[in-house]
Design a binder for this molecule. Structure first.
Ligand SMILES: C[S@@+](CC[C@H](N)C(=O)[O-])C[C@H]1O[C@@H](n2cnc3c(N)ncnc32)[C@H](O)[C@@H]1O
Length: 241
């Protein structure tokens, strides 16, 4: 299975030129992300997000099954004037590189079994960002296959140990129906008595008919506590075309 997977991705990286710009869903989260320390990009491929993080000052490692993808990432990093580390690794068969990490990213590679292990690799105060298309994507696109897609609303419950910093789901400018999560290990001890002014408590809020929900930093909730989602309209605006 994994040999097949490796060949599949090596062939894709040998014949396609993946986007070099970082994800449009990642960059708006910049203020939530550390600028120093160690970052791991899980299944980070040709490095579009890793290079952006390295430019911001992080010591970034990409773990990915495809040597071709990793070679492209190193080349692109050199061209961009930054250094990244790469580890060729089948994450279905082997544990992710050892932490602690100050930041972990996992974009567009869904393995619930692996995702579950990621919070334990964070340093206290470390941040995890995950992004994955949902089954709603099939309304407009044939790929990825359903087995690579999250159920609607599923993202909110996938990282229970983490304090939620951002959570949204909707059609992105790239035309995909993506779920995005950012969370921090080591919850704040106190729930603030007054929410910041731009936030409202309204779990049923929708923007442009999209089933998009977001939350922002500052509450003591965990990802599993979805009963009172705070909605940050600014984050919606970024995530919904
Ligand atoms: C859709 S691409 C996403 C790449 C990158 N995260 C991004 O958003 O640009 C999926 C990536 O997962 C990697 N991958 C697939 N199966 C893997 C496995 N078993 N272990 C590690 N990486 C894997 C592929 O090589 C590919 O780079």
């Amino acid at each position: 299975m994994s040999g097949k997977e490796r060949r599949h991705w090596d062939l894709r990286y040998a014949t396609e030129e993946p986007r070099a710009k970082p994800s449009r869903l990642l960059t708006p989260l910049g203020r939530l992300l550390p600028r120093r320390g160690r970052a791991l990009d899980v299944a980070g491929g040709s490095g579009r997000n890793a290079i952006w993080l390295a430019k911001r000052g992080l010591d970034v490692t990409i773990a990915d099954i495809s040597r071709k993808g990793l070679a492209m990432a190193r080349r692109r990093a050199r061209d961009a004037g930054v250094r990244i580390r790469t580890v060729a690794l089948d994450l279905d068969a082997h544990a992710p590189p050892r932490g602690p990490w100050d930041l972990i990213l996992v974009f567009h590679w869904l393995r619930r079994r692996v995702w579950k292990r990621l919070p334990a690799l964070l340093r206290p105060g470390g941040v995890l960002v995950a992004c994955q298309a949902t089954v709603r994507n099939l309304d407009r696109h044939g790929r990825p296959h359903r087995r690579h897609l999250l159920r609607e609303g599923e993202m909110a419950a996938l990282f229970p140990p983490l304090e939620v910093l951002a959570l949204s789901e909707g059609w992105s400018k790239d035309g995909k129906h993506d779920a995005l999560f950012a969370g921090r290990l080591g919850a704040l001890r106190k729930r603030p008595s007054n929410p910041p002014p731009e936030e409202i408590d309204d779990p049923s809020s929708r923007v442009s008919g999209n089933r998009t929900r977001s939350s922002s930093a500052g509450s003591a909730r965990t990802a599993a506590d979805t009963s009172r989602i705070r909605v940050c309209r600014r984050t919606h605006a970024r995530h919904v075309p």
